[in-house]
Ligand binder design. Structure first.
Ligand SMILES: [Fe+2]
Ligand SMILES: [Fe+2]
Length: 401
């Protein structure tokens, strides 16, 4: 049996598209969309109606200043592309209901990871003015759907595989391939085929753990990039804390200004919480872990002085998600900070270069050496995040004298 044949039983329990979704998607495909008819059709489904009203009033879609209460107006404001997105989100709810097994620690964490990847894929798309308006949120939302299929197919084995990720310091998709002969990315392809989603969706999802494409702006690169950012920002739990630092410069974020990336990372947890409650109901939402003691402290800018440019960027993104403003240092093998006495906090490979006057020196090499060499230059960003948090917490709450 080939790997593809052995995937087939995985999708058997997946529900087909809800009928309403199928009808809406057919209607919006027509060249001249009849918005009156579309409103009438959508109004027959209260869940979809409230979702569309929620989206029309959400900052995710930007420019709205006043409350929209009419479905027709909400549809006109969202337009064809966003109505398609709303329908896909609606479908996701039914996908969620057709999976019996629970994600370790709670399903909501799994969905938060996927929702966050959907949002970041969309934000990268809009900020880079790329033509994937209809696809980006949906592909991000569904990118790890294969994990749920694998969990549903062989729950015990899959839970064990999830536990092995950190134990063997090996990315999840590699372990899946060893056990099943295919990974969740390929299982996701099979799910897209079952739902007759466009081939572009299926191909993007099946390639999301491959190395970056040479076309920096490909949809697959956007999803890879979003997956990376969401892991770094510590939102939700996708079961795999490893990110590859190989070829980072080939991902779309490399084309965006620092301030734009900072904005995306800092606003992420609020937007994710909002969309999660829209999809699953607010009672289910677990607000992303806020690092409270740090968030309440006044923020000293942090200098990040790490020789490896990719790791320097990872550390800056993590600190940004904790609410710190950061400055990059260390170019051409030397520190660029002139007045070293004036620095507050520094994360560095070279703690000896800085005088005692510095408020706090975090020796990055301590963490890095403990990690050892990883295949594919992959680093456990959850571990790095927790380690940095502990170091900063020591500074934020000094021990009583
Ligand atoms: Fe994945
Ligand atoms: Fe993921």
């Amino acid at each position: 049996m080939t790997a593809i044949e052995s995937i087939a039983p995985l999708t058997q329990t997946l529900r087909p598209f809800p009928i309403i979704a199928d009808r809406v998607l057919k209607l919006v495909k027509e060249e001249d969309v009849d918005f009156q008819e579309l409103t009438q059709l959508i109004s027959t489904d209260p869940m979809l109606t409230s979702l569309i009203l929620g989206l029309a009033n959400s900052p995710i879609y930007g420019t709205i200043n006043r409350r929209i209460d009419s479905l027709h107006r909400a549809i006109l404001i969202l337009g064809r592309d966003h109505v398609v997105e709303a329908v896909m989100v609606h479908i996701m709810r039914s996908v969620k209901d057709s999976i019996q097994e629970s994600w370790p620690d709670g399903d909501i964490y799994f969905w938060q990871h996927n929702i966050a990847v959907g949002i970041v894929t969309r934000l990268l798309t809009t900020n880079l003015h790329l033509p994937y308006v209809q696809q980006s949120l949906v592909v991000g939302l569904l990118h790890d759907i294969g994990k749920l299929l694998l969990l549903n197919f062989k729950p015990q084995a899959y839970l064990q595989i999830l536990e092995q990720v950190e134990k063997f310091k090996t990315p999840l998709h590699v372990l899946e391939k060893e056990y099943f002969g295919f990974s969740h990315a390929e299982a996701g392809y099979a799910a897209c085929e079952k739902w007759n989603l466009p081939t572009e969706f299926a191909e993007t999802i099946s390639a999301h753990h491959d190395p970056p494409d040479s076309d920096i702006n490909s949809l697959a690169n956007l999803v890879r990039n979003a997956n990376l950012i969401v892991k770094i920002a510590g939102i939700g739990k996708g079961g795999d804390p490893y990110v590859s630092t190989k070829n980072l410069a080939q991902l779309p974020h490399a084309r965006l200004r620092w301030s734009t990336m900072q904005q995306i990372i800092m606003s992420l947890s609020d937007v994710v919480n909002e969309l999660t409650s829209m999809i699953f109901g607010s009672s289910l939402v677990v607000h992303t872990r806020v690092m409270r003691p740090l968030q309440q402290m006044p923020k000293t800018p942090v200098f990040v002085s790490i020789i490896d440019k990719d790791e320097q960027l990872l550390v800056r993104y993590i600190l940004t998600s904790m609410g710190y403003s950061t400055r990059a240092d260390f170019q051409e093998n030397k520190s660029t900070i002139r007045d070293k006495d004036a620095i507050g906090i520094i994360v560095t490979d070279y703690p000896d270069q800085f005088p005692r006057g510095v408020q706090m020196i975090i020796n990055y090499q301590e963490w890095r050496t403990e990690q050892g060499e990883q295949p594919d230059n992959s680093l456990n960003v959850a571990s790095l995040r927790n380690w940095l948090y502990k170091q900063l917490l020591l500074e934020a709450i000094p021990a009583a004298a």
